[in-house]
Write a protein that binds this ligand. Structure first.
Ligand SMILES: [Zn+2]
Length: 106
């Protein structure tokens, strides 16, 4: 895949109570569902013009979890959440760099 950095290409994405991404450069990042859901970048969670967050975190159930997920091209992940929210597009670049996560030892 020319032009695509190894560090922003997921090799494997798994769900076991948290979301795990193993990247092509060998890194392993871990995301809490609630943190990821409340970081949703879509137009109903973040005001497109001001960039201000409009989602009320308290409206997101603590037991939130992904119902299904799908790759969008080779640049992003779309997640259908258990609160029926599915408009968030999580780009791999931001999953790697911006969204709250922890890093597992390799
Ligand atoms: Zn959203």
């Amino acid at each position: 895949m020319a032009g695509s950095k190894l560090s922003t290409r997921p090799k494997e994405i798994t769900f076991d109570g948290r979301m795990h991404i193993i990247w092509h450069d060998g890194a392993h990042t871990i995301y809490n569902y609630w943190d990821l859901r409340t970081a949703c970048p879509c137009a109903s969670c973040v005001d497109e013009l001001t960039g201000e967050k409009v989602l009320d975190d308290n409206s997101v159930p603590k037991e939130i979890h992904p119902v299904k997920s799908a790759y969008i091209g080779n640049y992003a992940l779309e997640i259908l959440w258990s609160d029926d929210h599915n408009t968030g597009i999580y780009t791999f670049q931001k999953l790697r760099d911006e969204y709250p996560h922890s890093t597992a030892a390799i």
